[in-house]
Design a protein around this ligand. Structure first.
Ligand SMILES: [Zn+2]
Ligand SMILES: [Zn+2]
Ligand SMILES: [Zn+2]
Length: 256
């Protein structure tokens, strides 16, 4: 009886919390109540760009850009070298050829860039073409070059590359791409990316994209997944579908 009363009075004394980064015991007035408790000192440390946890020891190879760092456990999953990005691009091309028989006649270059450069280039692209901020957060196409942020997760970079290959295909095989509803233009590329990701076994990234709740990429992807149930794949690939007719129906269906 008395031990139960004790539990209710001071639970922190019985179950002390430890910082998930440095392991020191957390005082009750620190931010130690979440599932990943962090002490005051660690909450001011530089955080890993991939997992978001504070980094204990800065080592030279953990530097991504300027003030951006990655922790040692995340580093192997990130694209930090141009050669790795080039390899990933070739794998993406093979995956999409296998999954959808997509072959590009005029390949764009791929380039790893700093995050600030992507944002700068992206803003310019948005001003000129009315692109979407989501696209810009990850990548921006300019002068025939696909830009991918240094430190992007490998599966995410793979999705970006497949998406951009989708655009290349679109411009080579569809007409009036720029006049299309963004939901169709971007949704098609997300659908292409979905096939590439599943083909390569990046199921988690595929699921992540399917769950996006935004009205262009997420809605567009779900639109094309629905479309592929009723329209032959080949007609979708060559843009030979009466999109507006289907779009109204499916937009209505996905209104949240
Ligand atoms: Zn700590
Ligand atoms: Zn990390
Ligand atoms: Zn796009």
């Amino acid at each position: 009886m008395s031990s139960l009363t004790f539990l209710r009075l001071d639970p922190y004394q019985i179950q002390p919390r430890f910082c998930c980064v440095c392991g020191t015991r957390i005082a009750t007035n620190e931010d130690g109540r979440g599932s990943r408790p962090i002490c005051d000192l660690c909450s001011t440390r530089v955080r890993c760009v991939a997992c978001g946890l504070p980094i204990l020891d800065l080592e030279p190879q953990q530097k991504i850009d300027g003030g951006i760092r990655a922790c040692n456990s995340c580093l192997p999953d990130l694209v930090v070298k141009a050669s790795a990005l080039g390899r990933l691009f070739r794998i993406a091309l093979v995956a999409l050829d296998t999954a959808l028989s997509i072959r590009i006649a005029h390949l764009k270059q791929v380039r790893l860039v700093s995050r600030t450069e992507v944002i700068r280039t992206g803003r310019r692209a948005r001003l000129e073409q009315g692109g979407s901020p989501l696209d810009i957060a990850a990548t921006a196409s300019q002068d025939g070059t696909i830009l991918v942020r240094r430190g992007e997760r490998r599966d995410s970079a793979f999705g970006i590359l497949c998406h951009e290959i989708g655009h290349m295909w679109q411009y080579e095989n569809w007409s009036n791409v720029d006049a299309l509803d963004p939901v169709i233009r971007e949704g098609f590329c997300e659908w292409v990316a979905l096939h590439g990701l599943l083909q390569h076994g990046y199921d988690q990234q595929a699921r992540k994209r399917l769950k996006r709740r935004d009205s262009v990429y997420g809605a567009g992807l779900r639109y094309f997944v629905e479309l592929a149930r009723v329209v032959p794949e080949r007609e979708i690939l060559y843009g030979q579908v009466n999109f507006p007719q289907f779009l109204g129906r499916i937009k209505e269906h996905f209104r949240t």
